[in-house]
Write a protein that binds this ligand. Structure first.
Ligand SMILES: CC(=O)SCCNC(=O)CCNC(=O)[C@H](O)C(C)(C)COP(=O)(O)OP(=O)(O)OC[C@H]1O[C@@H](n2cnc3c(N)ncnc32)[C@H](O)[C@@H]1OP(=O)(O)O
Ligand SMILES: CC(C)C(=O)C(=O)O
Ligand SMILES: [Mg+2]
Length: 513
Protein backbone atom coordinates (compact mmCIF):
# COMPACT_ATOMS: atom_id res chain seq x y z
CA UNK A 1 0.00 0.00 0.00
CA UNK A 2 1.20 3.48 -0.86
CA UNK A 3 1.67 5.79 2.14
CA UNK A 4 -0.05 9.14 1.77
CA UNK A 5 1.32 12.06 3.78
CA UNK A 6 -1.35 14.07 5.59
CA UNK A 7 -0.55 17.78 5.55
CA UNK A 8 -2.96 19.50 7.90
CA UNK A 9 -3.60 23.16 7.20
CA UNK A 10 -6.38 23.78 9.75
CA UNK A 11 -4.20 26.37 11.49
CA UNK A 12 -3.41 28.22 8.26
CA UNK A 13 -6.02 27.77 5.49
CA UNK A 14 -8.60 26.64 8.06
CA UNK A 15 -8.02 29.84 9.98
CA UNK A 16 -8.70 31.77 6.77
CA UNK A 17 -12.39 30.84 7.19
CA UNK A 18 -14.34 34.08 7.48
CA UNK A 19 -14.81 34.96 11.15
CA UNK A 20 -12.12 32.65 12.52
CA UNK A 21 -9.07 33.93 14.41
CA UNK A 22 -7.12 31.66 16.74
CA UNK A 23 -4.83 33.00 19.44
CA UNK A 24 -1.53 31.41 20.49
CA UNK A 25 -3.12 29.20 23.13
CA UNK A 26 -5.83 27.98 20.82
CA UNK A 27 -3.37 27.21 18.04
CA UNK A 28 -1.19 25.31 20.48
CA UNK A 29 -4.11 23.30 21.78
CA UNK A 30 -5.17 22.33 18.27
CA UNK A 31 -1.56 21.55 17.30
CA UNK A 32 -1.19 19.21 20.30
CA UNK A 33 -4.34 17.40 19.22
CA UNK A 34 -3.11 17.22 15.60
CA UNK A 35 0.06 15.59 16.91
CA UNK A 36 -2.07 13.01 18.78
CA UNK A 37 -3.98 12.49 15.55
CA UNK A 38 -0.58 11.76 14.03
CA UNK A 39 -0.72 14.03 10.99
CA UNK A 40 2.57 14.16 9.11
CA UNK A 41 2.77 17.93 8.70
CA UNK A 42 1.14 20.83 10.53
CA UNK A 43 0.96 24.07 8.60
CA UNK A 44 0.86 26.32 11.65
CA UNK A 45 0.25 29.69 10.02
CA UNK A 46 1.32 32.53 7.76
CA UNK A 47 3.84 34.36 10.00
CA UNK A 48 4.07 37.55 7.93
CA UNK A 49 0.30 38.02 8.37
CA UNK A 50 0.63 39.36 11.92
CA UNK A 51 3.01 39.37 14.91
CA UNK A 52 0.45 37.24 16.75
CA UNK A 53 0.47 34.60 14.04
CA UNK A 54 4.29 34.58 13.95
CA UNK A 55 4.30 34.10 17.72
CA UNK A 56 1.75 31.25 17.47
CA UNK A 57 3.73 29.46 14.76
CA UNK A 58 6.88 29.84 16.86
CA UNK A 59 5.14 28.36 19.91
CA UNK A 60 3.91 25.40 17.87
CA UNK A 61 7.37 24.87 16.34
CA UNK A 62 9.05 24.91 19.75
CA UNK A 63 6.63 22.58 21.48
CA UNK A 64 5.23 20.07 19.04
CA UNK A 65 7.29 16.96 18.41
CA UNK A 66 6.48 14.36 15.78
CA UNK A 67 4.84 16.13 12.86
CA UNK A 68 6.91 18.47 10.68
CA UNK A 69 5.98 22.13 11.21
CA UNK A 70 5.37 24.31 8.19
CA UNK A 71 4.94 28.06 7.69
CA UNK A 72 3.57 29.81 4.61
CA UNK A 73 5.41 32.62 2.83
CA UNK A 74 4.77 34.54 -0.38
CA UNK A 75 7.64 34.56 -2.85
CA UNK A 76 9.04 37.58 -1.03
CA UNK A 77 12.22 38.01 0.97
CA UNK A 78 10.63 39.35 4.15
CA UNK A 79 7.90 36.66 4.17
CA UNK A 80 10.48 33.89 3.86
CA UNK A 81 12.75 35.35 6.54
CA UNK A 82 9.86 35.78 9.00
CA UNK A 83 8.60 32.29 8.20
CA UNK A 84 12.04 30.86 8.95
CA UNK A 85 12.34 32.78 12.22
CA UNK A 86 9.02 31.27 13.27
CA UNK A 87 9.77 27.63 12.54
CA UNK A 88 13.52 27.39 12.97
CA UNK A 89 13.22 25.49 16.29
CA UNK A 90 10.97 22.78 14.91
CA UNK A 91 12.30 19.22 14.62
CA UNK A 92 11.49 19.28 10.91
CA UNK A 93 10.91 22.87 9.71
CA UNK A 94 9.26 23.33 6.31
CA UNK A 95 9.02 26.64 4.48
CA UNK A 96 6.06 26.66 2.11
CA UNK A 97 6.44 29.34 -0.51
CA UNK A 98 4.01 30.07 -3.33
CA UNK A 99 3.26 32.21 -6.33
CA UNK A 100 0.30 32.14 -8.68
CA UNK A 101 0.75 30.71 -12.19
CA UNK A 102 -2.63 31.18 -13.89
CA UNK A 103 -2.89 33.90 -16.49
CA UNK A 104 -5.83 35.41 -14.58
CA UNK A 105 -3.73 35.84 -11.44
CA UNK A 106 -0.58 36.88 -13.29
CA UNK A 107 -2.34 39.55 -15.29
CA UNK A 108 -4.76 41.00 -12.76
CA UNK A 109 -3.24 40.33 -9.35
CA UNK A 110 0.53 40.03 -9.62
CA UNK A 111 0.93 41.99 -12.86
CA UNK A 112 3.79 39.73 -13.85
CA UNK A 113 4.61 37.87 -17.03
CA UNK A 114 4.89 34.09 -16.95
CA UNK A 115 8.70 34.44 -17.21
CA UNK A 116 8.86 36.87 -14.28
CA UNK A 117 6.71 34.62 -12.08
CA UNK A 118 8.86 31.61 -12.91
CA UNK A 119 12.00 33.56 -12.02
CA UNK A 120 10.47 34.74 -8.73
CA UNK A 121 9.40 31.18 -7.86
CA UNK A 122 12.93 29.87 -8.41
CA UNK A 123 14.41 32.74 -6.42
CA UNK A 124 11.98 32.11 -3.51
CA UNK A 125 12.71 28.39 -3.36
CA UNK A 126 16.45 29.08 -3.32
CA UNK A 127 15.98 31.65 -0.59
CA UNK A 128 13.93 29.19 1.52
CA UNK A 129 16.43 26.45 0.81
CA UNK A 130 19.19 28.63 2.28
CA UNK A 131 17.41 28.19 5.63
CA UNK A 132 16.05 24.66 5.62
CA UNK A 133 16.39 21.46 3.59
CA UNK A 134 12.58 21.14 3.54
CA UNK A 135 10.92 23.45 1.03
CA UNK A 136 7.43 23.15 -0.44
CA UNK A 137 6.46 25.14 -3.49
CA UNK A 138 2.86 25.84 -4.55
CA UNK A 139 1.77 27.14 -7.92
CA UNK A 140 -1.30 29.01 -6.73
CA UNK A 141 -4.36 28.53 -8.98
CA UNK A 142 -2.53 25.64 -10.64
CA UNK A 143 -5.73 24.10 -11.94
CA UNK A 144 -6.53 27.16 -14.06
CA UNK A 145 -2.94 27.45 -15.29
CA UNK A 146 -1.51 26.22 -18.60
CA UNK A 147 -0.35 22.64 -18.02
CA UNK A 148 2.74 23.20 -20.12
CA UNK A 149 3.71 26.28 -18.14
CA UNK A 150 3.00 24.47 -14.86
CA UNK A 151 5.37 21.68 -15.87
CA UNK A 152 8.06 24.27 -16.61
CA UNK A 153 7.59 26.00 -13.26
CA UNK A 154 7.61 22.76 -11.26
CA UNK A 155 10.71 21.49 -13.13
CA UNK A 156 12.52 24.74 -12.35
CA UNK A 157 11.62 24.82 -8.64
CA UNK A 158 12.63 21.19 -8.19
CA UNK A 159 15.97 22.05 -9.72
CA UNK A 160 16.18 24.99 -7.28
CA UNK A 161 15.69 22.62 -4.34
CA UNK A 162 11.95 22.19 -3.70
CA UNK A 163 11.34 18.88 -1.91
CA UNK A 164 7.56 19.02 -2.26
CA UNK A 165 5.58 20.41 -5.16
CA UNK A 166 1.99 21.29 -4.34
CA UNK A 167 -0.78 21.51 -6.92
CA UNK A 168 -3.51 23.72 -5.44
CA UNK A 169 -7.03 23.83 -6.82
CA UNK A 170 -7.21 27.28 -5.25
CA UNK A 171 -10.74 28.13 -6.36
CA UNK A 172 -12.23 24.62 -6.37
CA UNK A 173 -12.55 24.59 -10.15
CA UNK A 174 -11.22 21.25 -11.32
CA UNK A 175 -13.22 18.00 -11.53
CA UNK A 176 -12.02 14.59 -10.31
CA UNK A 177 -11.05 12.99 -13.63
CA UNK A 178 -9.28 16.14 -14.79
CA UNK A 179 -7.34 16.18 -11.52
CA UNK A 180 -6.17 12.61 -12.08
CA UNK A 181 -5.14 13.49 -15.64
CA UNK A 182 -3.29 16.61 -14.46
CA UNK A 183 -1.23 14.62 -11.95
CA UNK A 184 -0.48 11.97 -14.57
CA UNK A 185 0.57 14.72 -16.98
CA UNK A 186 2.90 16.32 -14.42
CA UNK A 187 4.39 12.93 -13.55
CA UNK A 188 5.35 12.55 -17.20
CA UNK A 189 6.42 16.12 -17.89
CA UNK A 190 8.11 17.54 -14.78
CA UNK A 191 11.86 16.99 -14.54
CA UNK A 192 12.99 15.49 -11.25
CA UNK A 193 9.42 14.88 -10.04
CA UNK A 194 10.27 11.30 -9.01
CA UNK A 195 12.40 12.59 -6.14
CA UNK A 196 9.79 14.99 -4.75
CA UNK A 197 6.61 14.65 -2.77
CA UNK A 198 3.60 15.37 -5.00
CA UNK A 199 0.98 17.22 -3.03
CA UNK A 200 -2.55 18.41 -3.77
CA UNK A 201 -4.53 21.13 -2.03
CA UNK A 202 -8.20 21.14 -2.98
CA UNK A 203 -10.89 23.66 -2.23
CA UNK A 204 -14.55 22.83 -2.00
CA UNK A 205 -16.33 25.48 -4.08
CA UNK A 206 -18.17 22.79 -6.08
CA UNK A 207 -18.23 20.28 -3.25
CA UNK A 208 -15.53 18.24 -4.99
CA UNK A 209 -12.52 18.81 -2.72
CA UNK A 210 -12.41 15.31 -1.27
CA UNK A 211 -13.22 13.60 -4.58
CA UNK A 212 -10.50 15.64 -6.31
CA UNK A 213 -7.98 14.75 -3.59
CA UNK A 214 -8.79 11.04 -3.91
CA UNK A 215 -8.50 11.09 -7.69
CA UNK A 216 -5.19 12.94 -7.36
CA UNK A 217 -3.98 10.05 -5.21
CA UNK A 218 -5.07 7.65 -7.92
CA UNK A 219 -3.13 9.73 -10.41
CA UNK A 220 0.04 9.51 -8.30
CA UNK A 221 -0.10 12.24 -5.62
CA UNK A 222 1.64 11.26 -2.38
CA UNK A 223 0.49 14.07 -0.09
CA UNK A 224 -2.94 15.60 0.60
CA UNK A 225 -3.47 19.02 2.15
CA UNK A 226 -6.64 19.20 4.15
CA UNK A 227 -8.33 20.62 7.22
CA UNK A 228 -10.33 19.25 10.11
CA UNK A 229 -14.07 19.47 9.40
CA UNK A 230 -13.16 20.85 5.95
CA UNK A 231 -12.96 24.43 7.22
CA UNK A 232 -11.09 27.02 5.16
CA UNK A 233 -11.34 29.91 2.75
CA UNK A 234 -14.88 30.28 1.25
CA UNK A 235 -16.50 26.80 0.98
CA UNK A 236 -13.48 25.34 2.72
CA UNK A 237 -10.77 22.79 2.03
CA UNK A 238 -10.86 19.04 1.62
CA UNK A 239 -11.91 17.49 4.94
CA UNK A 240 -9.11 15.47 6.51
CA UNK A 241 -11.46 13.00 8.19
CA UNK A 242 -13.26 12.25 4.92
CA UNK A 243 -10.10 11.60 2.91
CA UNK A 244 -8.56 9.49 5.65
CA UNK A 245 -11.68 7.38 6.18
CA UNK A 246 -12.24 6.95 2.43
CA UNK A 247 -8.70 5.56 2.19
CA UNK A 248 -9.31 3.36 5.21
CA UNK A 249 -12.74 2.01 4.21
CA UNK A 250 -11.78 1.61 0.54
CA UNK A 251 -8.12 0.79 1.07
CA UNK A 252 -8.24 -2.19 -1.28
CA UNK A 253 -9.51 0.05 -4.04
CA UNK A 254 -7.14 2.97 -3.54
CA UNK A 255 -4.13 0.86 -2.51
CA UNK A 256 -3.16 3.79 -0.28
CA UNK A 257 -3.20 4.46 3.45
CA UNK A 258 -2.32 7.19 5.93
CA UNK A 259 -0.71 6.94 9.38
CA UNK A 260 -3.59 8.78 11.05
CA UNK A 261 -4.60 7.61 14.51
CA UNK A 262 -8.29 7.08 13.76
CA UNK A 263 -9.23 7.04 17.44
CA UNK A 264 -8.47 10.79 17.66
CA UNK A 265 -10.57 11.91 14.68
CA UNK A 266 -13.77 12.73 16.51
CA UNK A 267 -12.05 14.45 19.43
CA UNK A 268 -10.07 16.61 16.99
CA UNK A 269 -13.21 17.55 15.12
CA UNK A 270 -14.94 18.62 18.33
CA UNK A 271 -11.97 20.65 19.50
CA UNK A 272 -11.59 22.50 16.20
CA UNK A 273 -15.30 23.22 16.10
CA UNK A 274 -15.26 24.57 19.65
CA UNK A 275 -12.18 26.75 19.24
CA UNK A 276 -13.02 28.12 15.80
CA UNK A 277 -16.73 28.50 16.46
CA UNK A 278 -17.39 26.76 13.11
CA UNK A 279 -20.26 24.38 13.79
CA UNK A 280 -20.27 21.00 12.10
CA UNK A 281 -23.43 20.36 10.10
CA UNK A 282 -25.36 17.36 11.51
CA UNK A 283 -25.19 15.38 8.28
CA UNK A 284 -21.46 15.99 7.76
CA UNK A 285 -19.69 12.76 6.77
CA UNK A 286 -17.72 10.99 9.53
CA UNK A 287 -17.98 13.65 12.25
CA UNK A 288 -21.51 15.08 11.96
CA UNK A 289 -24.00 14.33 14.75
CA UNK A 290 -26.09 12.18 12.42
CA UNK A 291 -23.22 10.35 10.71
CA UNK A 292 -23.87 7.20 12.77
CA UNK A 293 -27.46 7.84 13.83
CA UNK A 294 -30.34 5.72 12.54
CA UNK A 295 -33.91 6.93 12.81
CA UNK A 296 -35.99 4.81 10.50
CA UNK A 297 -37.39 1.52 11.70
CA UNK A 298 -36.08 -0.63 8.83
CA UNK A 299 -32.54 0.69 9.29
CA UNK A 300 -32.74 0.38 13.09
CA UNK A 301 -33.94 -3.20 12.81
CA UNK A 302 -31.08 -3.89 10.36
CA UNK A 303 -28.30 -2.46 12.52
CA UNK A 304 -29.70 -4.14 15.64
CA UNK A 305 -29.41 -7.47 13.84
CA UNK A 306 -26.08 -6.66 12.19
CA UNK A 307 -24.37 -3.25 12.20
CA UNK A 308 -22.91 -3.79 8.73
CA UNK A 309 -26.35 -3.66 7.13
CA UNK A 310 -26.35 0.12 7.27
CA UNK A 311 -22.85 1.17 8.42
CA UNK A 312 -19.65 1.15 6.41
CA UNK A 313 -17.46 2.12 9.35
CA UNK A 314 -17.57 1.57 13.07
CA UNK A 315 -18.13 4.80 14.99
CA UNK A 316 -15.90 3.48 17.79
CA UNK A 317 -12.93 3.37 15.43
CA UNK A 318 -12.89 7.15 15.20
CA UNK A 319 -13.48 7.65 18.90
CA UNK A 320 -17.25 8.09 18.79
CA UNK A 321 -19.99 6.37 20.64
CA UNK A 322 -21.34 3.25 18.96
CA UNK A 323 -24.25 3.63 16.52
CA UNK A 324 -27.05 5.77 17.89
CA UNK A 325 -30.67 4.78 17.54
CA UNK A 326 -32.72 7.93 17.41
CA UNK A 327 -36.36 7.41 18.26
CA UNK A 328 -38.74 9.40 16.12
CA UNK A 329 -41.80 9.03 13.96
CA UNK A 330 -39.98 6.71 11.53
CA UNK A 331 -38.83 4.27 14.22
CA UNK A 332 -40.08 0.73 14.57
CA UNK A 333 -40.96 -1.65 17.38
CA UNK A 334 -37.52 -3.35 17.48
CA UNK A 335 -35.65 -0.13 18.23
CA UNK A 336 -38.33 1.01 20.67
CA UNK A 337 -38.13 -2.25 22.62
CA UNK A 338 -34.32 -2.14 22.60
CA UNK A 339 -34.29 1.39 23.96
CA UNK A 340 -36.72 0.46 26.74
CA UNK A 341 -34.54 -2.53 27.62
CA UNK A 342 -31.55 -0.19 27.90
CA UNK A 343 -33.59 1.94 30.26
CA UNK A 344 -34.32 -1.13 32.39
CA UNK A 345 -37.92 -1.85 31.34
CA UNK A 346 -38.91 -5.39 30.45
CA UNK A 347 -42.41 -5.21 29.09
CA UNK A 348 -44.86 -7.91 28.12
CA UNK A 349 -46.03 -8.02 24.50
CA UNK A 350 -49.27 -6.29 25.44
CA UNK A 351 -47.56 -3.58 27.48
CA UNK A 352 -45.10 -2.99 24.70
CA UNK A 353 -47.91 -2.60 22.16
CA UNK A 354 -49.65 -0.02 24.33
CA UNK A 355 -46.48 1.92 25.01
CA UNK A 356 -45.50 1.79 21.33
CA UNK A 357 -48.87 3.18 20.24
CA UNK A 358 -48.47 6.06 22.70
CA UNK A 359 -44.92 6.64 21.51
CA UNK A 360 -46.04 6.91 17.86
CA UNK A 361 -48.71 9.44 18.81
CA UNK A 362 -46.15 11.54 20.58
CA UNK A 363 -43.59 11.15 17.78
CA UNK A 364 -46.11 12.61 15.35
CA UNK A 365 -46.12 15.80 17.37
CA UNK A 366 -42.58 16.02 18.63
CA UNK A 367 -39.30 15.88 16.69
CA UNK A 368 -37.07 14.50 19.40
CA UNK A 369 -38.24 11.79 21.76
CA UNK A 370 -35.99 11.80 24.80
CA UNK A 371 -35.33 9.14 27.40
CA UNK A 372 -37.41 11.17 29.84
CA UNK A 373 -40.32 11.06 27.39
CA UNK A 374 -39.99 7.29 27.19
CA UNK A 375 -39.92 6.90 30.93
CA UNK A 376 -43.06 8.96 31.21
CA UNK A 377 -44.81 6.94 28.51
CA UNK A 378 -43.91 3.67 30.20
CA UNK A 379 -44.82 4.73 33.69
CA UNK A 380 -48.14 6.05 32.46
CA UNK A 381 -49.06 3.14 30.25
CA UNK A 382 -47.68 0.31 32.31
CA UNK A 383 -47.96 1.33 35.90
CA UNK A 384 -51.36 2.81 35.41
CA UNK A 385 -54.07 1.92 37.94
CA UNK A 386 -57.59 1.02 36.87
CA UNK A 387 -59.30 4.15 35.64
CA UNK A 388 -62.69 4.67 37.22
CA UNK A 389 -62.91 8.06 35.56
CA UNK A 390 -61.37 8.73 32.20
CA UNK A 391 -60.95 12.13 30.70
CA UNK A 392 -63.06 12.48 27.61
CA UNK A 393 -62.31 16.13 26.94
CA UNK A 394 -61.30 19.32 28.58
CA UNK A 395 -61.85 22.72 27.07
CA UNK A 396 -60.61 25.92 28.67
CA UNK A 397 -60.95 29.60 27.93
CA UNK A 398 -58.29 31.75 29.50
CA UNK A 399 -56.16 34.78 28.88
CA UNK A 400 -55.86 38.25 30.24
CA UNK A 401 -59.11 40.20 30.62
CA UNK A 402 -61.18 37.01 30.65
CA UNK A 403 -62.60 34.90 33.46
CA UNK A 404 -60.89 31.51 33.13
CA UNK A 405 -63.56 28.89 32.46
CA UNK A 406 -63.25 25.14 32.01
CA UNK A 407 -65.61 22.53 30.64
CA UNK A 408 -64.67 18.96 31.46
CA UNK A 409 -66.27 15.70 30.37
CA UNK A 410 -65.46 12.38 32.04
CA UNK A 411 -66.42 8.84 31.22
CA UNK A 412 -67.08 6.67 34.22
CA UNK A 413 -66.31 2.94 34.34
CA UNK A 414 -70.04 2.21 34.63
CA UNK A 415 -70.63 3.84 31.24
CA UNK A 416 -71.96 7.17 32.53
CA UNK A 417 -70.86 10.45 31.04
CA UNK A 418 -70.36 13.35 33.44
CA UNK A 419 -69.89 16.92 32.44
CA UNK A 420 -69.16 20.03 34.47
CA UNK A 421 -68.31 23.69 33.95
CA UNK A 422 -66.58 26.00 36.41
CA UNK A 423 -64.62 29.21 36.58
CA UNK A 424 -61.40 29.70 38.50
CA UNK A 425 -58.39 31.92 38.97
CA UNK A 426 -56.71 30.18 36.06
CA UNK A 427 -57.50 27.38 33.59
CA UNK A 428 -56.18 24.61 35.87
CA UNK A 429 -58.08 25.90 38.87
CA UNK A 430 -61.24 26.13 36.73
CA UNK A 431 -60.79 22.56 35.43
CA UNK A 432 -60.17 21.16 38.91
CA UNK A 433 -63.25 22.95 40.22
CA UNK A 434 -65.34 21.56 37.34
CA UNK A 435 -64.23 18.02 38.19
CA UNK A 436 -64.82 18.45 41.91
CA UNK A 437 -68.23 19.91 41.25
CA UNK A 438 -69.40 17.18 38.91
CA UNK A 439 -68.15 14.44 41.25
CA UNK A 440 -69.40 16.21 44.34
CA UNK A 441 -66.09 15.97 46.10
CA UNK A 442 -63.77 18.54 47.59
CA UNK A 443 -60.34 17.06 48.28
CA UNK A 444 -57.63 19.52 49.29
CA UNK A 445 -54.95 20.14 46.71
CA UNK A 446 -51.88 19.81 48.92
CA UNK A 447 -49.27 20.13 46.26
CA UNK A 448 -49.01 20.83 42.54
CA UNK A 449 -45.80 20.76 40.51
CA UNK A 450 -45.36 21.20 36.82
CA UNK A 451 -42.13 20.52 35.00
CA UNK A 452 -41.05 20.26 31.43
CA UNK A 453 -39.65 16.78 30.87
CA UNK A 454 -37.53 17.67 27.89
CA UNK A 455 -36.40 20.90 26.32
CA UNK A 456 -38.19 23.05 23.79
CA UNK A 457 -41.71 24.34 23.49
CA UNK A 458 -42.90 20.96 22.17
CA UNK A 459 -41.78 19.21 25.36
CA UNK A 460 -43.96 16.97 27.45
CA UNK A 461 -45.17 18.73 30.58
CA UNK A 462 -45.39 16.52 33.61
CA UNK A 463 -47.69 17.39 36.50
CA UNK A 464 -47.55 15.83 39.96
CA UNK A 465 -50.37 16.51 42.39
CA UNK A 466 -51.02 15.47 45.96
CA UNK A 467 -54.60 15.64 47.17
CA UNK A 468 -55.92 15.07 50.64
CA UNK A 469 -59.28 13.36 51.01
CA UNK A 470 -60.75 10.77 53.31
CA UNK A 471 -57.90 11.36 55.71
CA UNK A 472 -55.29 10.25 53.28
CA UNK A 473 -52.96 11.76 50.74
CA UNK A 474 -53.14 10.51 47.13
CA UNK A 475 -50.54 11.24 44.52
CA UNK A 476 -51.41 11.61 40.87
CA UNK A 477 -49.26 12.08 37.82
CA UNK A 478 -50.09 13.17 34.30
CA UNK A 479 -48.17 14.21 31.23
CA UNK A 480 -49.07 15.83 28.00
CA UNK A 481 -47.72 18.45 25.65
CA UNK A 482 -50.64 20.56 26.89
CA UNK A 483 -50.09 21.57 30.49
CA UNK A 484 -53.81 21.94 31.26
CA UNK A 485 -54.45 18.40 29.98
CA UNK A 486 -51.47 17.14 31.99
CA UNK A 487 -52.87 18.85 35.08
CA UNK A 488 -56.33 17.34 34.64
CA UNK A 489 -54.84 13.87 34.05
CA UNK A 490 -52.77 14.16 37.22
CA UNK A 491 -55.79 15.23 39.26
CA UNK A 492 -57.93 12.42 37.87
CA UNK A 493 -55.21 9.87 38.53
CA UNK A 494 -55.15 10.90 42.21
CA UNK A 495 -58.94 10.77 42.39
CA UNK A 496 -58.97 7.30 40.80
CA UNK A 497 -56.51 6.10 43.45
CA UNK A 498 -58.72 7.50 46.16
CA UNK A 499 -61.72 5.69 44.67
CA UNK A 500 -59.87 2.40 44.35
CA UNK A 501 -58.69 2.60 47.90
CA UNK A 502 -62.22 2.83 49.14
CA UNK A 503 -63.24 0.05 46.74
CA UNK A 504 -66.39 2.00 46.14
CA UNK A 505 -67.81 3.95 43.31
CA UNK A 506 -66.56 7.34 44.47
CA UNK A 507 -69.21 9.27 42.67
CA UNK A 508 -71.98 7.45 44.54
CA UNK A 509 -70.10 7.57 47.79
CA UNK A 510 -69.29 11.25 47.59
CA UNK A 511 -72.67 12.22 46.34
CA UNK A 512 -74.23 10.48 49.31
CA UNK A 513 -71.87 12.03 51.84
C1 LIG B 1 -4.61 30.96 -1.77
C2 LIG B 1 -4.19 31.42 -0.40
O1 LIG B 1 -4.78 30.94 0.51
S1 LIG B 1 -2.92 32.47 -0.25
C3 LIG B 1 -2.86 32.89 1.43
C4 LIG B 1 -3.90 33.85 1.74
N1 LIG B 1 -3.80 34.25 3.11
C5 LIG B 1 -3.76 35.51 3.50
O2 LIG B 1 -3.73 36.42 2.69
C6 LIG B 1 -3.83 35.76 4.95
C7 LIG B 1 -2.77 36.70 5.46
N2 LIG B 1 -2.58 37.88 4.65
C8 LIG B 1 -2.23 39.09 5.18
O3 LIG B 1 -2.19 39.29 6.37
C9 LIG B 1 -1.86 40.14 4.23
O4 LIG B 1 -2.55 39.97 3.02
C10 LIG B 1 -0.32 40.14 3.95
C11 LIG B 1 0.39 40.48 5.26
C12 LIG B 1 0.15 38.79 3.45
C13 LIG B 1 0.03 41.16 2.91
O5 LIG B 1 -0.54 42.36 3.27
P1 LIG B 1 -0.30 43.69 2.42
O6 LIG B 1 1.15 43.90 2.26
O7 LIG B 1 -1.09 44.73 3.10
O8 LIG B 1 -0.86 43.37 0.94
P2 LIG B 1 -2.28 42.97 0.44
O9 LIG B 1 -2.76 41.81 1.17
O10 LIG B 1 -3.20 44.13 0.40
O11 LIG B 1 -1.97 42.56 -1.06
C14 LIG B 1 -1.23 41.44 -1.37
C15 LIG B 1 0.08 41.78 -2.03
O12 LIG B 1 0.86 40.59 -2.12
C16 LIG B 1 1.14 40.27 -3.48
N3 LIG B 1 1.21 38.85 -3.60
C17 LIG B 1 0.19 37.99 -3.52
N4 LIG B 1 0.67 36.76 -3.59
C18 LIG B 1 1.98 36.84 -3.71
C19 LIG B 1 3.00 35.88 -3.81
N5 LIG B 1 2.69 34.59 -3.76
N6 LIG B 1 4.26 36.29 -3.89
C20 LIG B 1 4.55 37.58 -3.90
N7 LIG B 1 3.63 38.56 -3.82
C21 LIG B 1 2.35 38.17 -3.71
C22 LIG B 1 -0.01 40.93 -4.24
O13 LIG B 1 0.27 41.09 -5.59
C23 LIG B 1 -0.10 42.23 -3.49
O14 LIG B 1 0.99 43.00 -3.85
P3 LIG B 1 0.93 44.57 -4.18
O15 LIG B 1 0.74 45.22 -2.86
O16 LIG B 1 2.27 44.85 -4.75
O17 LIG B 1 -0.18 44.77 -5.13
C1 LIG C 1 -1.23 28.87 -0.49
C2 LIG C 1 -1.94 27.92 -1.34
C3 LIG C 1 -1.42 26.54 -1.22
C4 LIG C 1 -3.39 27.89 -1.07
O1 LIG C 1 -3.87 27.90 0.04
C5 LIG C 1 -4.27 27.75 -2.23
O2 LIG C 1 -3.83 27.90 -3.36
O3 LIG C 1 -5.46 27.49 -2.01
MG1 LIG D 1 -5.93 27.17 0.03
Amino acid sequence: MKKILVFDTTLRDGEQSPGVALNVHEKLEIARQLARLNVDIIEAGFPIASPGDAEAVKAVAREIKGPAICALARAKEKDIEVAWESIRYAETPIIHTFIATSDIHLKHKLRLSREQALEQAVWAVKKAKSFTPYVEFSAEDATRSSWEYLAQVYSAVIEAGATTINIPDTVGYITPLEMKELIEYLLKNVKGIEKTTISVHCHNDLGLAVANSLLAIQGGATQVECTINGIGERAGNAALEEIVMALHVRGEFFQAQTDINYQEIYRTSRLVSQLTGMLVQPNKAVVGDNAFAHESGIHQDGVLKERLTYEIMDARLIGRQEKVLVLGKHSGRHAFAKKLEELGYHLSEEELNKAFARFKQLADQKKHITEADLETIVSEEITKQEEIYQLDFVHVCSGNNILPTATVRLKAADGQTLEGVATGVGPVDAAYKAISKMLGISPDLVNFTLQSISGGTEALGEVLVRIFGDEKVYVGRGSSQDVVVASVMAYLSAINKMAQEKKLNPQKDYQES
